[in-house]
Write a protein that binds this ligand. Sequence first.
Ligand code: SF4
Length: 66
Amino acid sequence: MRIVLDESKCSGLGMCEAEAPDLFEVQDDGSLRVLDDRPPEDQYEVARAACDACPTEALSIVEDDR
Ligand code: SF4
């Protein structure tokens, strides 16, 4: 799995961070940092929840079996 962020769509609201604080961190300037764009398998569920929670559809998941 790979997490892809479209920065042009991200509004820095932090819903993804609320769902998956180990994977996402909103910076002081409001931009989002993806802490781990290739999360371990035990984080897949929260990664998907975080992508679903994003109100601007800035996050997507690529399933590449890694
Ligand atoms: S939930 Fe979406 S818009 Fe909000 S910080 Fe995360 S990626 Fe950006």
